[in-house]
Write a new protein. Structure first.
Length: 161
């Protein structure tokens, strides 16, 4: 079994068990990290969620908390702007590499489901970084080079746990 087959098998087991999985894309010298869900749309009729500008481990913590809240009946509009703002991901990003493993797993294009970005609010993003966050509702936005998570962001994430 090759690496991709093993990865897809592991994803399938998590989706069967939990109804979804979370996929992280590691940063590199040219791109920021981003993390997204696979399965929320098909299993729970919820939008798939994307977080950028956060380390993958912290993003998983935030996504897990949000998904728990959504499964308990909270709506995306019920979250306060100080935690994050929900914006639709522009279809130009869905045609690109943003959700590659989603596309590979389902064998269809991710523009067939709702996909939203959770943009960090002041509670999770430090004031100096808030203005530089990637906005995936903008078709010209890019996952190009970003910055590391600062101490204030790490503390805010730990408070959610």
């Amino acid at each position: 079994m090759n690496f991709l087959d093993q990865l897809l098998s592991d994803m399938e087991m998590r989706i069967i068990t939990n109804g979804y999985t979370v996929q992280g894309v590691m940063p590199d010298p040219n791109n920021i990290a981003w993390t997204y869900t696979i399965g929320l749309s098909k299993s729970f009729d919820l939008p798939e969620l994307v977080i950028t500008n956060l380390d993958n481990h912290e993003a998983v913590t935030v996504l897990s908390w949000v998904i728990d809240e959504l499964q308990d009946g909270k709506g995306l509009d019920d979250f306060s702007d100080d935690k994050f703002t929900v914006v639709p991901v522009h279809t130009s990003h869905l045609d690109g590499s943003l959700l590659n493993m989603w596309r590979t797993y389902y064998g269809e294009e991710p523009n067939t489901v709702d996909v939203v970005q959770l943009q960090l609010g002041p509670h999770l993003a430090c004031p100096c970084c808030a203005s530089t966050q990637l906005d995936l509702s903008d078709p010209k936005a890019s996952t190009g080079v970003g910055h590391r998570l600062n101490r204030a962001q790490r503390r805010a994430i730990r408070r959610l746990r």
